[in-house]
Design a protein around this ligand. Structure first.
Ligand SMILES: Cc1cc2nc3c(=O)[nH]c(=O)nc-3n(C[C@H](O)[C@H](O)[C@H](O)COP(=O)(O)O)c2cc1C
Ligand code: FES
Length: 633
């Protein structure tokens, strides 16, 4: 397609039709996932092995090898799909490649051992959609991820790419686009859930000729990788969403702010921008409709607070990434003091789907107050770790148990944290809660950008709160005292509790501090950061009390509150623990029952790990040791 330029709406249609007609309909296709997850388990080598083998066997005319973005089921990577049947193979290695070619591609026979096996029913799944992980999902934002090659713009055009832009430019007024977005009910997916149509309208009506569209690809929540996968797997949909936003708002410049530690996303986005510009889809007079738009990428250094919109603007302007109080909101006074729309990656991809299918179509998905879908990155103690896109209103239970496959190793569910580091921990009795902005806020959590961390009974809830506070106090930009000092103080109290130095009254002080930090901070970081503490006290107060008053950590996590001991009636004096203990804390000898010298023990658990299962002589216990006194006195 070199030299081809899409100068009109009609020429886009012609190109799409030519591309589709040119597809080998009988051809065989090997799609190898080259998302970051699968790449880290070796998918690039798998892809190379396919290309090499196919070349050696002179099968290039019959079989095409293609790389795609993330399928979401990274847990099972490298994932490979064999077309035209769409057989789904998981955990594929280089060694499996010759067999896949000879069996599946040449003989139409399935390699059973590479199929996904449902751990609950033991059933093998032939296609992606047979896998329970995918059954309850609805892929709107992720519809192209895992399907198109994210470095070939023609692939995107074949799946209706830029049709939404063409429709908007040729059939709709900017005000009409905003009305359509309003009708859809779309709310920003970056965390706060602000209605996108209203944000755009504010920026459109703000005085000034120069306006900006910024795509927020900072994604600072630890464990979250939704935006990264979309940027890596379908960069074109983001560009299209930004162009539509630009047209609606009256902006001709777009900036994608991506953290520098997402190199694959940066690479795919810059490739997409260059290709779109070559085709005439970016630049001046796009599709001959008098609309000009350019996009550039700015790499962020990866501070959590830089995801906050005013800090992000400061960072782009070359200042240190610190938030400022609002108003004025960026939609009125943003980048370089000009009206600026900042939207999250997922929000912008939704925009291109809404523009094509209509606001009414979108408004019927999800619930009345929360329309559309939301992507969650499901991590922690759950069988199927990965990216999950579900309709708003799907319950936590459906996400964790039906899609996520439940808790591994027969353990019990304890809590789920939604919304990243500033989200709340939701207990088992609320598992039937439908996800939505208000429903989550009601139980003390937030939607955030879609992190979902599942915890089982082996998680200590106080330690979890301490962990998130540690993150928050490190990431506070430090300019406002409640956030800078409040989070430090809260962290110190939580650390004391987990170290067995908790005092009566600590819980009340934590709640007071939480309230002060929430009320008095100038940005969203401070306003939401106490959520993990408040919610864990709300639902798991008993565990805090056990730590403080009984010196007990029921999850056996807090080292200061646990100790190991040897059950003398079970010990066979085999010397296994005695030899393995790294600090020589085991007293005993052959034929002499062992004992642990508590003053030397560092609680590493080696003795328990090496004690033969049939003896089962070492136990880990919690609670105040004899003679150490009651902390509540
Ligand atoms: C501390 C903090 C971190 C944030 N990080 C992100 C982020 O990584 N990505 C994002 O899109 N929004 C983030 N936000 C929200 C943005 O400030 C902003 O609301 C959002 O990008 C607007 O886009 P939307 O309307 O499409 O959601 C963060 C907010 C705060 C307070
Ligand atoms: S990276 Fe392959 S499924 Fe996510």
């Amino acid at each position: 397609m070199e030299g081809y330029r899409i100068g009109t709406v009609e020429s886009l249609r012609l190109l799409r039709e030519t591309l589709i007609a040119g597809e080998q309909t009988t051809g065989k296709l090997v799609s190898v996932c080259c998302g970051s997850g699968c790449m880290s388990s070796g998918s690039e080598h798998v892809r190379e092995a396919f290309a090499r083998e196919i070349k050696e066997q002179e099968l290039e005319d019959e079989i095409t090898v293609k790389k795609t973005g993330c399928h979401g089921f990274c847990e099972r990577g490298p994932n490979v799909i064999i077309g035209p049947q769409n057989i789904f193979y998981n955990s594929v290695t280089e060694e499996d490649v010759p067999e896949i070619i000879s069996e599946t591609l040449l003989e139409d026979r399935v390699v059973e051992r590479l199929l996904y096996e449902d751990p609950v029913t033991g059933q093998k799944c032939l296609y992606e959609n047979d896998i329970p992980f995918y059954k309850k999902q609805k892929r709107i934002v992720l519809k192209n991820c895992g399907i198109i090659d994210p470095t070939i713009i023609e692939d995107y055009i074949k799946v209706d790419g830029f049709r939404a832009l063409a429709k908007v430019l040729s059939q709709m007024t900017p005000e009409g686009v905003i009305e359509e977005i309003k009708l859809s009910g779309l709310r920003g997916r970056g965390g706060a859930g602000f209605p996108t149509g209203i944000k755009w309208e504010t920026a459109r009506n703000a005085p000034g000729k120069e306006k900006y569209i910024i795509c927020n690809g900072d994604e600072g929540d630890p464990g979250a990788f939704m935006d990264r996968s979309v940027m890596e797997g379908d960069p074109y949909s983001i560009l299209e969403g930004m162009m539509i936003a630009g047209y609606a708002v009256g902006a001709s410049q777009g900036i994608i702010y991506v953290r520098a530690e997402y190199p694959l996303a940066v690479h795919h986005l810059s490739t997409a921008i260059a290709q779109a510009a070559d085709l005439g889809l970016l630049g001046r007079n796009i599709m001959g409709r008098g609309f000009d738009f350019e996009i550039k990428i700015v790499k962020g250094a990866g501070a959590f607070v830089c995801g906050e919109e005013t800090a992000l603007i400061a960072s782009i302007e070359g200042r240190s990434g610190r938030p400022r109080p609002k108003p004025p909101f960026p939609a009125i006074q943003g980048l370089w003091g000009k009206p600026t729309v900042i939207n999250n990656v997922e929000t912008l991809v939704n925009v291109s789907r809404i523009a094509l299918n209509g606001g009414e179509w979108y408004s019927k998905i999800g619930t009345a107050t929360d329309t559309g879908t939301k992507i969650f990155s499901l991590v922690g103690k759950v069988r199927n770790v990965g990216l999950v896109e579900v309709e708003m209103g799907t319950t936590l239970r459906e996400i964790i148990f039906d899609i996520g496959g439940g808790i591994p190793e027969g353990k019990r569910f304890k809590a789920v944290q939604t919304g990243g580091p500033s989200g709340g921990c939701i207990p088992e009795e609320l598992l039937d809660l439908p996800v939505g902005y208000e429903s989550l806020a009601k139980v003390g959590s937030i939607m955030g950008s879609g992190g979902m961390l599942v915890m089982d009974e082996s998680t200590c809830i106080v330690n979890i709160a301490r962990y998130f506070l540690d993150f928050a106090q490190n990431e506070s930009c430090g300019q406002c005292a409640p956030c800078r000092l409040g989070t430090k103080q809260m962290f110190k109290i939580l650390q004391d509790i987990t170290r067995g130095d908790g005092k009566p009254g600590d819980i009340e002080i934590l709640l007071e501090l939480s309230d002060a930090v929430k009320q008095a901070s100038i940005c969203g970081l401070g306003m939401t950061v106490p959520n993990p503490v408040v919610s864990t006290i709300r639902y798991f107060r008993k565990e805090y009390e056990e730590h403080i008053h009984e010196g007990r950590c029921r999850a056996l996590v807090c080292r200061s509150l646990i100790f190991y001991r040897i059950k003398d009636y079970r010990c066979k004096a085999c010397m296994k623990c005695l030899t393995a203990c790294p600090v020589g804390a085991i007293i005993g000898a052959k034929w002499q029952v062992h004992e642990i010298d508590q003053s030397k023990c560092i609680k590493c658990g080696t003795c328990m790990a090496v004690c033969p299962k049939r003896f089962n002589a070492v136990e880990c216990v919690t609670g105040l040791m004899e003679g150490s006194g009651d902390k509540s006195e």
